[in-house]
Design a protein around this ligand. Structure first.
Ligand SMILES: NC(=O)c1ccc[n+]([C@@H]2O[C@H](COP(=O)([O-])OP(=O)(O)OC[C@H]3O[C@@H](n4cnc5c(N)ncnc54)[C@H](OP(=O)(O)O)[C@@H]3O)[C@@H](O)[C@H]2O)c1
Length: 280
């Protein structure tokens, strides 16, 4: 089986490639990257692929059996067309199966919902493509919170608008394990999986950070509107709306979903006690 993975220069794409190499060898994996030189060290053949250019993917996907499509980073309406470029190129190139990294979340009215909806549209496009498919809805990466620790230390707190809502976190490493199984095993075909670990609140996350880094951070719950304004000031209009929308969805219980991780991956998701213990 020959497998291609998009966004080989990104963190998730690179982790999936690493885990695939361990399973089927680097001669059976190719990476596709918008900026191929950024993925040069990854240990597999790298082909050029910008989501805006279908022809890149028609060429890159020749001779490929399964393509793993990592969701794009552009504005939601633009993403749908970009993902369609990859889906249509896969059909044209004779690819048999497409695996897609989507996002979790129930329907809501937050400033993150346009992203969720664009992911759902791509899920539909894939399901109607005529190709075999398997779809994962990713939980939220926990790594950014860990990487943000110095900023949290400066502020003395974790502050957002999630209240005591439950958030289904995951890690890129755990996602890559599940996606590798979804790529390689036909019994995962035709399924949409919620890929996340045990859900925790921001208060629980803050406790884990304190235990791991010896800090005394407090969790401060902000009003939705105040957090939206703060985020826009800190990260600009687009990213500010995405980040505050994510925490609004947590607050509203719109990420309270059952995880299918064990079915997709064939093993349990790492527990947060263990994950943070390994970081200490
Ligand atoms: N679940 C979560 O918590 C969460 C959080 C953030 C993002 N996401 C989603 O998960 C995806 C992967 O996350 P990550 O951690 O791997 O992100 P990352 O490390 O920032 O990588 C993003 C990748 O997308 C590529 N890319 C951007 N625009 C592209 C285009 N037009 N055509 C082809 N490639 C393009 C980038 O290529 P270059 O190297 O050329 O820039 C890069 O390889 C993101 O794209 C986003 O949709 C999920």
């Amino acid at each position: 089986m020959k497998v291609a993975v998009t966004t080989a220069s990104g963190k998730l794409g690179a982790e999936i490639i690493k885990q695939l190499i361990a399973e089927i060898g680097n001669e059976n994996v190719i990476g596709i990257a918008r900026t191929p030189e950024k993925a040069a060290q990854i240990g597999v053949e790298i082909k050029k692929g910008d989501y805006n250019n279908k022809e890149d993917f028609v060429a890159a996907l020749k001779g490929i059996d399964v393509v793993l499509l990592v969701s794009g980073m552009d504005a939601p309406d633009k993403r749908i067309g970009q993902h369609r470029n990859v889906i249509n190129a896969a059909i044209e190139a004779g690819v048999k199966k497409i695996v897609y990294t989507s996002i979790i979340g129930k329907h809501g009215a937050s400033t993150f919902d346009a992203i969720v909806n664009s992911n759902r549209q791509t899920e539909n496009d894939i399901q109607e493509s005529g190709l075999d498919w398997s779809i994962g809805r990713n939980g939220l990466y926990i790594e950014p919170d860990v990487e943000y620790i110095n900023k949290y230390k400066e502020m003395g707190k974790v502050a957002n608008c999630a209240a005591e809502g439950l958030c289904p976190y995951t890690t890129r490493n755990e996602l890559a394990f599940a996606y590798t199984q979804m790529i390689l095993n036909e019994d995962r075909n035709g399924n949409v999986f919620n890929l996340c670990g045990m859900s925790i609140t921001q208060s629980q996350l803050t406790k884990y950070l304190n235990l791991t880094f010896g800090t005394a951070l407090k969790f401060e719950n902000l009003k939705v509107e105040d957090y939206l304004n703060l985020q826009k000031k800190m990260n600009g209009e687009f990213l500010g709306m995405i980040i505050s929308g994510i925490y609004t969805k947590i607050r509203n219980g719109e990420f309270e979903l059952e995880s299918d991780y064990e079915i997709a991956a064939g093993r349990k998701h790492i527990e947060w006690d263990k994950y943070f213990e390994q970081l200490s």
